[in-house]
Structure formats: C-alpha cells, structure tokens
Design a protein around this ligand. Structure first.
Ligand SMILES: O=P(O)(O)OP(=O)(O)OP(=O)(O)OC[C@H]1O[C@@H](n2cnc3c(O)ncnc32)[C@H](O)[C@@H]1O
Length: 174
C-alpha cells in the first residue's frame, strides 16, 4: 500500500507513520511539499479544514497513492478567546474524502494578540520558547499543556480517526 503525506513537517509525518504502521504493515511512505491553498495562518475551523482537504487532494494529484493525507493547524476565536484547532483529511483514489478534527486548546492572550496583528503561530512560538522549530516537535500544544500532549500525539489522534473511518468505509463498499 502506497501512503502519501502532504507535508515534510516532522510532527505530522511521524504521526501518520506511527498510526498507519499499526494497522498496515506493508505501507510505503512518500512525502510531498504541497500547497494548502489557504492562508499561511488559517483563522477559522472552516479554513483549517479546507487547508487539510486541499493538501490531501494536491497530494493525491502528485502521488496517485492509495492513501493521501493532509494535516493542517489553525486558530479560531470564540467569545474573545483564541483556540488552536487542528484538522486532517484523507483522500482516496475513488474520490472519497474523509475528514476529522483534533484537539482544541487555548492560546494565551499574549500569543493570540500577535496572531491578531498578522503574525504566524510557528515563528511566534519559536520566539516565546526561545527554540527553533517548535512546530516540528512539541508544538504549541506541548508548551501550553505542560507537555501532557505533544503535537505528534495530537495529530496521531486525528490520523487514527481518519484510518478508523477508512476501515469502516471499506467494510461498507466490500
Ligand atoms: O510544513 P507544514 O505542513 O506547512 O506545517 P506547519 O506546522 O508549518 O503548518 P500548519 O499549516 O499546520 O500550521 C499553520 C501555522 O500555524 C503554526 N502552528 C500550528 N500549530 C502549531 C503548533 O502546535 N506549534 C507551533 N506552531 C504551530 C504553523 O507553524 C504555521 O505557522
């Protein structure tokens, strides 16, 4: 089974490989740098979900693989509170699109205000933690949950929901 991943972000690729290898031991993985066709910093659930779908579609176009994953991080506002939100999409060759959302958690006001001013979460988190590449490692979720949940684990949950729905879909179409 060929598995294509629409990113080279390590937190995302690790999550996909960890989960898919649990259920399919014959999987071969390929990574593609594809566009999300949404803003660099998605600002709603709708835009974040669309980014994940676009990445999955663009990955399918580039790869022709059996499973094509798109994972996208974004933010959304509710009652004046900014949350980080996360979405995943899985595109199949027959045109089926499976989607799922993951963890949502609060971004502190000092982070949220910088995003409202037009900055991106990735660089803002690097400045906040004084580290390089937070988005590849623990991520904002690790920093703001005392490392109880890191970015890989958060995406693993989304990928599990996608694979579970894929297995269910296959059981209906067989
Ligand atoms: O290489 P790609 O796949 O684009 O991965 P990314 O982390 O840069 O891109 P996303 O589209 O998932 O996220 C949109 C923006 O939010 C940032 N971001 C999202 N979640 C984050 C997290 O948990 N920690 C740090 N930055 C995060 C990210 O770096 C981008 O600036």
């Amino acid at each position: 089974m060929r598995v294509a991943i629409g990113t080279k972000n390590r937190a995302k690729t690790k999550a996909i490989e960890n989960v898919v290898s649990t259920y399919f031991n014959e999987a071969r993985y390929e990574q593609f740098n594809v566009s999300s066709n949404v803003s660099e910093q998605p600002f709603s659930d709708e835009e974040t979900r669309q980014g994940a779908i676009n990445r999955a579609v663009n990955t399918l176009k580039a790869s022709g693989a059996d499973l094509n994953f798109g994972l996208e991080g974004g933010v959304r506002e509710m009652d004046g509170v900014m949350y980080c939100c996360n979405w995943g999409a899985l595109a199949l060759k027959d045109g089926t699109m499976i989607t799922s959302a993951g963890a949502t958690f609060i971004l502190p006001k000092e982070i949220a205000d910088q995003l409202r001013d037009g900055k991106e979460l990735g660089p803002v988190m690097d400045e906040y933690t004084n580290e390089i590449g937070t988005r590849h490692n623990s991520g904002a979720i690790g920093v703001f949950t005392a490392n109880l949940v890191d970015r890989t684990e958060m995406f693993e949950h989304i990928v599990k929901l996608l694979i579970g729905q894929y297995i269910f879909h296959n059981s209906l179409t067989k």
